[in-house]
Design a protein around this ligand. Structure first.
Ligand code: FAD
Length: 459
């Protein structure tokens, strides 16, 4: 149990004290994951006179940011949803920013002397069953129509099989700029960079009550914080704010890591560091690490009732077993490889799988950036930049683009959301299983599965 990344690199995080007593600050950032950390960094870079405090209820980087697959992805696979949410101009601008951020990450980190095992080796969007061939066609076409036809490159079936090391991949495309990181090394680097820039970080400090006044008054276990501005970067825990809880569901994603197998990877030919997904709705995502392990994950696990992460989201055994079964199917020649660790974590999935950025009702001084929907490793940089701009009240494209304040579709209230959500998830599971085994899904399963939120890619 527990994430491979945390087991291997947890020692990189400097321990921080708690808030004890009363504090005052210009901007309080709540949440020590990628979104909160990037926000704090951007705040200090944009305005070095701005006092910034970041509080984390547990330890920084121990939420989803320390549990993920480490795929650093652009927003191009979501371009249709982005265009719908904010218009073509802003959509292309934002997607271009995600590309630029991946390209600029290494030099940003170099500037502070950090290495996060970034491998910019491309992401392969593949099909492992005939029913999934061409799942990417509408995205590729849309991107080309928007004048960015170089973003994705077609691959032959042979190239896909060769690059992935498995003939189960029968078709696919590549987005060459995408990469992978060690997410815990990235989170630890961001903590240290934030501190170097002057951010005051407190751990084991849970925001228990948020009074929406101006300034905002925050109560923690052993103290209070008075802040002119607050930024909520609290992933699915943000469901404690009633106006946000109907905007996303909390669903698990699970992953496991193998023992290091560099020679076996060389035997099968998966040596380029590519990250790979298949085209199931309950998506499989897999990549190699610098020392030759495979980290293999699966999305679309169980729903939580309140929308908030419960303890059980951190070890969803059913989903881990489903991921393992798919691994054996896609890589039968690696059936004997030892699985070292397995874990799961919360995904704050919105209806269109794009984040929610804006301010709480009647409280322009309290901004939020949640709902990253399983693609937060790289887009959190954009999130942090937008949230920093909002907190500093900057009049600029970062704060004025169509994503800010965009309210996508609400989920129904409980218990309909939980019961209906499980009905839909059941159909999604059966539809995936039918397609993978070469059968046609039933009409009911196809219809019900279509009611679920959109995924990592627009299909
Ligand atoms: C298994 C898994 C695999 C994934 N794979 C990928 C991937 O390969 N690529 C990708 O881009 N994305 C992936 N994701 C999603 C990605 O990890 C998230 O989108 C990203 O980490 C979100 O960052 P965050 O800062 O919003 O959330 P978090 O890292 O969860 O940070 C939020 C923090 O807020 C803290 N908090 C909550 N409430 C309070 C409070 N009241 N007071 C103080 N602190 C509080 C929490 O403890 C937490 O540390 C994956 C997620 C999971 C679970």
């Amino acid at each position: 149990m527990g994430s491979h990344w945390l087991a291997e690199s947890e020692h990189l995080f400097p321990r921080q004290g708690k808030v004890r007593g009363d504090l005052k600050t210009d901007v309080l950032v709540v949440g020590g994951g990628f979104v909160g950390l990037w926000t704090a960094i951007h705040l200090r870079q944009l305005d070095p006179t701005c006092d910034v405090v970041l509080v984390e209820q547990n330890r920084c980087g121990h939420g989803a940011s320390g549990l993920n697959g480490g795929f650093a992805m652009s927003w191009w696979p979501k371009i249709a949803s982005l265009c719908k949410a904010c218009g073509n101009d802003d959509a292309v601008w934002l997607a271009d920013q995600t590309t630029r951020n991946i390209q600029g990450l290494q030099s940003f980190l170099n500037g502070f002397g950090h290495d996060v095992d970034l491998m910019q080796s491309g992401w392969l969007w593949t099909a492992t069953t005939p029913a999934h061939i061409g799942s990417w066609n509408t995205v590729v076409e849309k991107v080309a129509n928007l004048g960015r036809d170089g973003v994705f490159q077609q691959q032959s079936a042979q190239e896909i099989a060769d690059r992935t090391g498995s003939s189960k991949h029968i078709a696919g495309i590549v987005e060459p700029i995408n990469g992978t990181v060690n997410p815990v090394k990235l989170a630890a680097a961001l903590v240290q960079i934030a501190q170097r820039l002057g951010v005051r970080i407190y751990e084991q400090t849970q925001v228990q009550h948020l009074d929406r006044g101006r300034p905002a008054q925050i109560t923690t276990q052993e103290g209070t914080i008075t802040a002119d501005k607050v930024v909520l970067a609290t992933n699915a825990w943000a469901a404690s704010e009633p106006e946000l809880s109907s905007r996303f569901v909390c669903v698990t994603s699970a992953a496991f890591s193998t023992e290091p197998i560099p020679e076996r990877l060389a035997d099968i030919g998966w040596t380029g560091g590519e990250s790979i997904t298949d085209s199931q709705a309950r998506i499989n995502y897999y990549r190699t690490t610098r020392c030759g392990r495979i980290v293999f994950g699966k999305g679309g696990g169980k729903l939580t009732i309140s929308g908030r992460p419960s303890a059980s989201v951190f070890y969803d055994k059913t989903l881990i077993d489903a991921a393992l079964k798919d691994f054996r199917r896609v890589y039968p020649s690696l059936a004997d490889v030892k699985i070292e660790r397995s874990w799961s974590g919360p995904i704050d999935r919105t209806y269109n799988s794009l984040p929610l950025l804006g301010h709480l009702r009647g409280a322009p001084n309290i901004n939020y950036g949640v709902g990253w929907s399983g693609n937060g490793v790289n887009p959190s940089q954009i999130g942090g930049r937008i949230l920093a701009g909002l907190a500093l009240e900057r009049n600029e494209r970062w704060t004025k683009n169509g994503l800010v304040g965009n309210h996508n579709r609400r989920f129904p209230p409980e218990p309909i959301r939980y019961l209906g959500g499980n009905l839909v998830l059941g159909s999604v599971r059966r539809k995936d299983a039918a397609e993978i085994s070469g059968r046609a899904p039933t009409v009911i399963d196809r219809k019900l599965a279509g009611l679920g939120p959109s995924g990592l890619e627009d299909k």
